[in-house]
Design a binder for this molecule. Sequence first.
Ligand code: GLP
Length: 252
Amino acid sequence: MIRIIKTADYDEMSRVAARIIAAQVTLKPQSILGLATGSTPIGTYEELVEKYRDGRLDFSGVSTVNLDEYKGLGGDHDQSYRYFMNTHLFDHVNIDKARTHVPNGAAADSAAECRAYDELVAGLGGADLQLLGMGHNGHIGFNEPGSTFVKGTHVVDLTESTINANARLFASRDEVPRQALTMGIGTIMSAKSILVVVNGEGKAQAVKDSFCGPITPEVQASILQLHANVTVVADAAALSLVEMGANELIIA
Ligand code: GLP
């Protein structure tokens, strides 16, 4: 079942998403959180940091598993997703860093790293809540449009459109890694609940295709229609192509 919550703008999207994550951690202090990178969840992380600083949230029992990492980048590279997570969340809250997990993009044997990552996630019992952003082409994690849904963590070739979209964050397009390690669709779908954040007109088509269109590996996020517990928090711009009579829509 998919529950779509429409917010006025990015800031409200971030506040609503942070409230959902905070509720998860409050109700289960030992939660396993699946976390995402990209510009979309930055506001959500800022809200979580604020709640922690105000004494309203305690991360001491939380463990995290991130979706993906660029292949070839070590955690000290300022565009690595490990670095992103440290600077946007982990360095600012009372989480035990030893319980935060991001695939190791610098691993010499990527295939072994992917297998180990799946074992780690399975060993933790899967995520209680998996946060997801969405690519312009409907990708989740780095699962790009293709002919199949890949089950486990794997190495992917990034599409030209993803390389172009992420080039803004690197000194030049040439520096964007061409490959990444990403949780597979099976790993993502093993989460007990899924929270998608998405904003902006540029994602409107991907939102419509993902939640109102056929389930197809060409739009990887469309698989979420088969998950029992998905909440999408999206701003009005991202929902501009979805017919919504009210600010909340349930797609059963
Ligand atoms: C990257 C990440 C995704 C993210 C996507 C969208 O490709 N691997 O997890 O959802 O970017 O990023 P943004 O939120 O910056 O649009």
